[in-house]
Design a protein around this ligand. Structure first.
Ligand code: HEM
Length: 206
Protein backbone atom coordinates (compact mmCIF):
# COMPACT_ATOMS: atom_id res chain seq x y z
CA UNK A 1 0.00 0.00 0.00
CA UNK A 2 1.42 3.38 -1.00
CA UNK A 3 -1.32 5.37 0.84
CA UNK A 4 0.70 7.97 2.77
CA UNK A 5 3.79 7.71 0.59
CA UNK A 6 4.57 10.59 -1.77
CA UNK A 7 5.78 9.94 -5.31
CA UNK A 8 8.62 12.50 -5.46
CA UNK A 9 11.30 11.00 -7.68
CA UNK A 10 10.16 10.34 -11.27
CA UNK A 11 12.02 7.71 -13.30
CA UNK A 12 14.17 10.25 -15.16
CA UNK A 13 15.36 11.82 -11.87
CA UNK A 14 16.31 8.37 -10.53
CA UNK A 15 18.07 7.44 -13.76
CA UNK A 16 19.98 10.71 -13.83
CA UNK A 17 20.81 10.45 -10.12
CA UNK A 18 22.22 6.90 -10.12
CA UNK A 19 24.37 7.55 -13.21
CA UNK A 20 25.50 10.90 -11.85
CA UNK A 21 26.38 9.36 -8.45
CA UNK A 22 28.36 6.49 -10.02
CA UNK A 23 30.20 8.83 -12.40
CA UNK A 24 31.04 11.20 -9.53
CA UNK A 25 32.49 8.32 -7.52
CA UNK A 26 34.55 7.17 -10.55
CA UNK A 27 35.71 10.78 -11.11
CA UNK A 28 36.70 11.26 -7.48
CA UNK A 29 38.63 7.96 -7.31
CA UNK A 30 40.44 8.51 -10.63
CA UNK A 31 40.94 12.24 -9.91
CA UNK A 32 42.49 11.65 -6.49
CA UNK A 33 44.64 8.87 -7.95
CA UNK A 34 46.00 11.21 -10.67
CA UNK A 35 46.48 14.13 -8.24
CA UNK A 36 48.58 12.12 -5.80
CA UNK A 37 50.02 9.72 -8.35
CA UNK A 38 53.15 7.84 -7.47
CA UNK A 39 54.39 5.87 -10.49
CA UNK A 40 55.80 3.17 -8.19
CA UNK A 41 52.59 2.52 -6.25
CA UNK A 42 49.69 4.01 -8.20
CA UNK A 43 46.28 3.72 -6.57
CA UNK A 44 44.93 3.32 -10.11
CA UNK A 45 47.51 2.93 -12.93
CA UNK A 46 47.99 6.42 -14.38
CA UNK A 47 46.88 5.72 -17.97
CA UNK A 48 43.83 3.80 -16.70
CA UNK A 49 42.96 6.64 -14.29
CA UNK A 50 43.18 9.16 -17.18
CA UNK A 51 40.83 7.11 -19.41
CA UNK A 52 38.46 6.44 -16.50
CA UNK A 53 38.35 10.17 -15.67
CA UNK A 54 37.76 11.21 -19.30
CA UNK A 55 35.03 8.65 -19.97
CA UNK A 56 33.13 9.27 -16.72
CA UNK A 57 33.44 13.04 -17.27
CA UNK A 58 31.88 12.70 -20.74
CA UNK A 59 29.01 10.54 -19.38
CA UNK A 60 28.46 12.97 -16.47
CA UNK A 61 28.22 15.90 -18.92
CA UNK A 62 25.71 14.03 -21.11
CA UNK A 63 23.61 13.17 -18.04
CA UNK A 64 23.73 16.81 -16.97
CA UNK A 65 21.93 17.72 -20.20
CA UNK A 66 19.20 15.26 -19.14
CA UNK A 67 19.00 16.84 -15.67
CA UNK A 68 18.91 20.38 -17.07
CA UNK A 69 16.26 19.66 -19.71
CA UNK A 70 14.23 17.56 -17.24
CA UNK A 71 14.17 20.30 -14.62
CA UNK A 72 13.45 22.96 -17.23
CA UNK A 73 10.56 21.11 -18.85
CA UNK A 74 8.87 19.37 -15.87
CA UNK A 75 7.56 20.47 -12.48
CA UNK A 76 10.70 19.05 -10.80
CA UNK A 77 12.45 22.34 -11.62
CA UNK A 78 10.30 24.26 -9.13
CA UNK A 79 12.08 22.53 -6.23
CA UNK A 80 15.33 24.23 -7.27
CA UNK A 81 13.96 27.79 -7.47
CA UNK A 82 15.36 29.83 -4.62
CA UNK A 83 13.48 32.87 -3.32
CA UNK A 84 15.84 35.40 -1.81
CA UNK A 85 13.09 36.83 0.44
CA UNK A 86 13.16 35.01 3.76
CA UNK A 87 16.01 32.74 2.60
CA UNK A 88 18.37 33.42 5.50
CA UNK A 89 15.64 32.93 8.11
CA UNK A 90 14.51 29.63 6.63
CA UNK A 91 18.13 28.38 6.36
CA UNK A 92 18.71 29.27 10.03
CA UNK A 93 15.44 27.61 11.06
CA UNK A 94 16.42 24.37 9.31
CA UNK A 95 20.00 24.48 10.64
CA UNK A 96 18.65 25.03 14.17
CA UNK A 97 16.43 21.98 13.74
CA UNK A 98 19.38 19.83 12.60
CA UNK A 99 21.58 21.13 15.46
CA UNK A 100 19.06 20.93 18.34
CA UNK A 101 15.39 20.30 17.47
CA UNK A 102 15.93 16.89 15.92
CA UNK A 103 17.58 15.63 19.14
CA UNK A 104 14.63 16.88 21.22
CA UNK A 105 12.13 15.05 19.02
CA UNK A 106 10.69 18.29 17.53
CA UNK A 107 8.70 18.10 14.30
CA UNK A 108 10.67 19.21 11.17
CA UNK A 109 10.01 22.91 10.43
CA UNK A 110 9.57 22.19 6.69
CA UNK A 111 7.84 18.81 6.34
CA UNK A 112 8.21 17.08 2.98
CA UNK A 113 5.27 17.59 0.62
CA UNK A 114 4.57 17.36 -3.13
CA UNK A 115 4.92 21.16 -3.33
CA UNK A 116 8.13 21.30 -1.27
CA UNK A 117 10.18 18.12 -1.40
CA UNK A 118 13.40 19.75 -0.21
CA UNK A 119 13.92 21.66 3.03
CA UNK A 120 15.63 25.08 2.60
CA UNK A 121 19.13 23.73 3.28
CA UNK A 122 18.64 20.88 0.80
CA UNK A 123 17.20 23.23 -1.83
CA UNK A 124 20.07 25.69 -1.42
CA UNK A 125 22.86 23.10 -1.56
CA UNK A 126 21.25 21.08 -4.38
CA UNK A 127 20.72 24.23 -6.48
CA UNK A 128 24.26 25.51 -5.80
CA UNK A 129 25.82 22.14 -6.59
CA UNK A 130 23.74 21.38 -9.67
CA UNK A 131 23.65 24.87 -11.22
CA UNK A 132 27.10 26.12 -10.26
CA UNK A 133 29.67 23.54 -9.15
CA UNK A 134 28.75 20.65 -11.48
CA UNK A 135 28.69 22.91 -14.61
CA UNK A 136 31.94 24.52 -13.42
CA UNK A 137 33.63 21.12 -13.04
CA UNK A 138 32.58 19.81 -16.45
CA UNK A 139 33.16 23.04 -18.38
CA UNK A 140 36.69 23.31 -16.97
CA UNK A 141 37.11 19.55 -17.54
CA UNK A 142 36.21 19.86 -21.24
CA UNK A 143 38.56 22.83 -21.54
CA UNK A 144 41.40 20.76 -20.06
CA UNK A 145 40.55 17.94 -22.49
CA UNK A 146 40.96 20.43 -25.37
CA UNK A 147 43.56 22.84 -23.93
CA UNK A 148 43.88 24.60 -27.30
CA UNK A 149 40.58 26.34 -26.42
CA UNK A 150 41.97 27.91 -23.25
CA UNK A 151 43.20 31.51 -23.28
CA UNK A 152 46.94 31.21 -22.66
CA UNK A 153 47.36 34.31 -20.50
CA UNK A 154 44.84 35.76 -18.04
CA UNK A 155 46.24 38.92 -16.38
CA UNK A 156 49.73 37.39 -16.37
CA UNK A 157 48.60 34.00 -15.02
CA UNK A 158 48.64 30.84 -17.13
CA UNK A 159 45.12 30.08 -18.43
CA UNK A 160 45.61 26.33 -18.04
CA UNK A 161 46.75 26.78 -14.44
CA UNK A 162 43.66 28.85 -13.57
CA UNK A 163 41.37 26.37 -15.34
CA UNK A 164 42.87 23.41 -13.50
CA UNK A 165 42.71 25.25 -10.17
CA UNK A 166 38.99 25.93 -10.73
CA UNK A 167 38.48 22.29 -11.80
CA UNK A 168 40.19 20.83 -8.74
CA UNK A 169 38.45 23.27 -6.36
CA UNK A 170 35.00 22.48 -7.80
CA UNK A 171 35.81 18.73 -7.66
CA UNK A 172 36.87 19.06 -4.03
CA UNK A 173 33.71 20.96 -3.06
CA UNK A 174 31.51 18.42 -4.87
CA UNK A 175 33.28 15.63 -2.93
CA UNK A 176 32.57 17.52 0.30
CA UNK A 177 28.94 17.94 -0.76
CA UNK A 178 28.74 14.20 -1.44
CA UNK A 179 29.89 13.23 2.07
CA UNK A 180 27.47 15.67 3.75
CA UNK A 181 24.69 14.69 1.29
CA UNK A 182 24.96 10.98 2.10
CA UNK A 183 25.05 11.69 5.84
CA UNK A 184 21.90 13.85 5.68
CA UNK A 185 20.16 11.24 3.51
CA UNK A 186 20.34 8.89 6.51
CA UNK A 187 18.01 11.26 8.42
CA UNK A 188 14.60 10.02 7.42
CA UNK A 189 11.80 7.71 8.46
CA UNK A 190 14.59 5.15 9.00
CA UNK A 191 18.31 5.47 8.14
CA UNK A 192 17.76 3.61 4.86
CA UNK A 193 14.36 4.99 3.81
CA UNK A 194 15.68 7.95 1.72
CA UNK A 195 17.98 5.59 -0.17
CA UNK A 196 15.01 3.32 -0.91
CA UNK A 197 13.06 6.40 -2.11
CA UNK A 198 15.74 7.04 -4.73
CA UNK A 199 15.19 3.48 -5.99
CA UNK A 200 11.39 3.16 -5.94
CA UNK A 201 10.46 6.85 -6.26
CA UNK A 202 8.31 7.03 -3.11
CA UNK A 203 9.14 9.14 -0.09
CA UNK A 204 8.22 7.69 3.31
CA UNK A 205 7.01 10.45 5.66
CA UNK A 206 8.89 10.95 8.97
C1 HEM B 1 26.82 7.45 -3.61
C2 HEM B 1 26.37 8.64 -3.91
C3 HEM B 1 25.00 9.21 -3.59
C4 HEM B 1 23.99 8.74 -2.80
C5 HEM B 1 23.95 7.44 -1.99
C6 HEM B 1 22.90 9.70 -2.88
C7 HEM B 1 21.68 9.60 -2.23
C8 HEM B 1 20.58 10.40 -2.46
C9 HEM B 1 19.27 10.21 -1.91
C10 HEM B 1 18.89 9.08 -0.96
C11 HEM B 1 18.45 11.19 -2.38
C12 HEM B 1 16.97 11.37 -2.04
C13 HEM B 1 16.76 12.20 -0.83
C14 HEM B 1 16.78 13.66 -1.13
O1 HEM B 1 16.03 14.12 -2.01
O2 HEM B 1 17.56 14.35 -0.50
C15 HEM B 1 19.24 12.03 -3.24
C16 HEM B 1 18.78 13.12 -3.94
C17 HEM B 1 19.59 13.98 -4.67
N1 HEM B 1 20.95 13.85 -4.86
FE1 HEM B 1 22.11 12.31 -4.25
N2 HEM B 1 23.29 10.73 -3.69
C18 HEM B 1 24.56 10.46 -4.15
C19 HEM B 1 25.31 11.24 -4.99
C20 HEM B 1 24.92 12.49 -5.46
C21 HEM B 1 25.78 13.38 -6.21
C22 HEM B 1 27.22 13.07 -6.61
C23 HEM B 1 25.03 14.50 -6.49
C24 HEM B 1 25.42 15.75 -7.23
C25 HEM B 1 26.63 16.07 -7.60
C26 HEM B 1 23.71 14.30 -5.91
C27 HEM B 1 22.66 15.19 -5.99
C28 HEM B 1 21.37 14.94 -5.59
C29 HEM B 1 20.24 15.79 -5.90
C30 HEM B 1 20.29 17.10 -6.70
C31 HEM B 1 19.11 15.17 -5.36
C32 HEM B 1 17.67 15.62 -5.50
C33 HEM B 1 17.12 15.07 -6.82
C34 HEM B 1 15.68 15.52 -7.11
O3 HEM B 1 14.78 14.95 -6.49
O4 HEM B 1 15.49 16.45 -7.93
N3 HEM B 1 23.69 13.07 -5.29
N4 HEM B 1 20.55 11.53 -3.27
Amino acid sequence: METNKLYLYPVWVRLWHITNALMCLALILSGVSMQYSNPEFPFIRFDIAVSMHNISGIILSAMYVMFFVGNWSTSNGKHYRIRIRGLLNSLIKQARYYAFGIFKGEKPPFPVSKEMKFNPLQKFTYALTMYFFVPLVFITGWALLFPGMIITNVFGFGGIQITSLLHVTAGFLISLFLIIHIYFCTIGHSPSSNFKSMINGYHEPH
